[in-house]
Design a protein around this ligand. Structure first.
Ligand SMILES: Cc1cc2nc3c(=O)[nH]c(=O)nc-3n(C[C@H](O)[C@H](O)[C@H](O)COP(=O)(O)OP(=O)(O)OC[C@H]3O[C@@H](n4cnc5c(N)ncnc54)[C@H](O)[C@@H]3O)c2cc1C
Length: 418
């Protein structure tokens, strides 16, 4: 035994409910697959805790590499933030490249921005290889200025990204208005972005890896505590089953705040809101091929869906508790629709479903990916910040390298206590 006490984790699942009831993706897809629970003791190479989109990507990666991999989730698969996400895949962070450069240096900031572009292309390749779409479609991304002052700031950002070799164009307010009907003061059009159905992809990857790669997935199994031994970790679940594994990968989403000293070392929790329209008979092509977000703080964003709806979101505020967050859904829906009408006048948006979720933000908008300094053989994949899913895709290779002991520059950029 190494001299570390057994770590019993706090389980505050009633406190941080990561989303409101009935997010659209859950209603649309229903329960796609069922998985057994775990009653017996088992062993594996890698235990992935958390069966959301992050856990699914990790499980697919590790089982493809030949590791005996097990996933456990305390809920049904995909029922955390994953069924609430609006799934815009962007390389752009909440912190612009020029500011990130001041924070972490030019090379690291450029690597992170370019890494996001690569991640979107990587997911497209995976889906092609697996012959599936899961609602994925490549799009452009328009970051548009809310005010003349904002336009000046993002014009600087545009030049910085161009210098970094990222494929961007500057569009004037008139060009944006005639192309999309959006009212704004100009903006940055990025070539690489996408949208998808993360809930569907989560189930697809789990199912594929179970059938083809020997993955084992158990739901309604909660990690309760971990014993750290010399060559392995022993995870004790609430079902009393023990899982012996060479390492644990935590893909526990925003509830990781409950595992790591109430999250003080990883960042803040934010409440966010989304609303989806009734389907439109047709939507203009410019709108369907682009995801949009503006420069307001908090920012307002929208995109279309593969079933011809408009999805709008934003209205973020500090998370206090799930009850307060969910009580505000109606008020936030009205505000989101008001913003849409101002941004896209003449569009007859009829709200169909609205929901709320919680996400985590970090001091530099970067995720935490890699080993934890205090927990042996424990790796975290925390895609915090506005780009959670893009970071999770990047994390596939980063954690694969970390576990195999290979160097990876992102392990330095995304480490704990940076
Ligand atoms: C409204 C909304 C809009 C968003 N829009 C975007 C967007 O456009 N683009 C984007 O990139 N990101 C977006 N995000 C963020 C995105 O949803 C997250 O990055 C992503 O869903 C996180 O997936 P995950 O698998 O890490 O977490 P989750 O889906 O929450 O999965 C974590 C899983 O871990 C399980 N778990 C936790 N603790 C334990 C334990 N002790 N034992 C067993 N299981 C445990 C949970 O049950 C859960 O299923 C949005 C989020 C919200 C709420």
């Amino acid at each position: 035994m190494i001299p570390l006490p057994e770590k019993p984790f706090l389980m505050l699942s009633s406190k941080v409910k990561v989303r409101s009831k009935e997010p659209y993706w859950l209603l649309r897809n229903g329960i796609l697959n069922s998985y057994p629970t775990l009653r017996n003791d088992i062993s594996c190479d890698i235990l992935v805790v958390g069966g959301g989109i992050t856990g699914a990507l990790m499980a697919y990666q590790f089982s493809s590499e030949g590791y005996q991999t097990v996933v456990i989730d305390k809920r049904d698969i995909g029922m955390g933030s994953t069924c609430a996400t609006t799934s815009m895949l962007q390389y752009e962070l909440d912190v612009p490249l020029y500011r990130l450069t001041d924070m972490i240096g030019k090379k690291a900031a450029t690597d992170v921005y370019r890494g996001g572009v690569d991640a979107i292309n990587k997911l497209a390749n995976i889906l092609d290889n697996l012959n599936t779409r899961c609602g994925f479609s490549y799009k452009e991304s328009l970051h548009f200025a809310y005010s003349v002052q904002d336009a000046r700031a993002i014009r600087c950002e545009f030049e910085c990204r161009e210098q970094a070799g990222i494929k961007v164009k500057w569009l004037t307010k008139d060009q944006i208005n005639s192309r999309y009907g959006v009212v704004c003061e100009g903006g940055i059009l990025s070539e690489t972005a996408a949208s998808m159905d993360a809930y569907q992809l989560t189930h697809f990857l789990m199912d594929f890896a179970i059938k083809n790669l020997g993955l084992r997935v158990y739901d309604h199994v909660q990690l309760k505590s971990v014993k750290y031994k010399k060559d392995m970790n022993v995870v004790i679940a609430d079902t009393s089953a023990k899982i012996e594994c060479s390492c644990v990968v935590y893909a526990t989403g925003y509830e990781t705040h409950e595992l790591l000293d109430n999250g003080t070392e990883i960042g803040d929790l934010i409440s966010t809101y989304a609303c989806i329209s009734e389907p439109f008979a047709t939507l203009p092509e410019g709108l369907t091929q682009t995801v949009f977000w503006n420069t307001q703080d908090p920012y307002f964003y929208f995109r279309t869906t593969s079933d011809n709806r408009l999805l709008i979101g934003g209205e973020d505020e500090d998370f206090q508790n799930p009850e307060r967050r969910d009580k505000l859904i109606e008020k936030k829906e009205l505000e989101l629709v008001r913003k849409l009408n101002k941004t896209l006048p003449g569009f007859d948006f009829v709200a169909d479903f609205s929901w709320a979720g919680t996400f985590g933000s970090t001091k530099d908008s970067l995720p935490y990916i890699g080993g934890h300094p205090d927990l042996p053989k424990s790796y975290f994949m925390l895609g915090f910040g506005g780009n959670g899913i893009t970071f999770s895709i990047m994390g596939m290779e980063i954690l694969s390298d970390a576990i195999a002991g290979r160097p990876n520059k992102f392990l330095e950029y995304f480490k704990f206590r940076r």
